[in-house]
Design a binder for this molecule. Structure first.
Ligand code: SF4
Length: 178
């Protein structure tokens, strides 16, 4: 299958690999530094922490065990010095802008999610904020004429799990990125 690599890899771009290749082998072959996490399946995909990559393969069956999917084969490796919450906020902001705003979730939900994630990355962090992000992500699911809101909500939910310790660090006004 064709895989599009970006982020913490020495050779970003499109490469051809056997379906089911170990993700650790794929990343090692692509060079670069060890990522903190990877986003599999593109911007509508799912974040997976580096600690969960061992033994995981680039296949539907294997990725399903961590709630992810290969999607169109797009993988973004998060560099160790980049904050996962900041990167997620940037992606959510991009996705919020990539619609014609013809449906409720894209007119209201996605811009609100982008604002809340920016707050999570750069502002106050408390349980109410995280709860509100989860609530709005739940509201956009299945409410659009296409799956753009659903995919965005999936990416955001996976970030809240993958970067849970980052959320705690931000709560203490710190950050885990090196
Ligand atoms: S849900 Fe899909 S069709 Fe509706 S505004 Fe959003 S991107 Fe466009």
């Amino acid at each position: 299958m064709l895989v599009t690599l970006s982020g913490a890899v020495a050779n970003p771009g499109v490469i051809e690999v056997p379906t089911g290749v170990l993700l650790t082998d794929l990343l090692a072959r692509s060079g670069g530094t060890k990522p903190r996490a990877i986003l599999v399946g593109g911007y509508h995909g799912s974040w997976i922490p580096a600690s969960a990559l061992e033994g995981l393969r680039l296949s539907r069956e294997s990725l399903k065990t961590v709630g992810a999917s290969p999607g169109a084969g797009i993988i973004h490796a998060l560099p160790p010095d980049v904050c996962g919450l900041t990167r997620t906020a940037q992606i959510a902001d991009y996705l919020a802008g990539e619609s014609a705003r013809q449906c409720g979730p894209c007119r209201n939900g996605l811009p609100t999610l982008a604002e809340l994630l920016d707050e999570l990355a750069h502002g106050r962090v408390d349980d109410a904020l995280v709860k509100e992000i989860r609530r709005i992500a739940g509201l956009v699911d299945g409410r659009g004429s296409c799956r753009h809101p659903d995919g965005t909500a999936r990416m955001i939910r996976s970030a809240l799990v993958t970067f849970a310790s980052d959320i705690d660090a931000h709560r203490r006004r710190g950050c885990e990125s090196a």
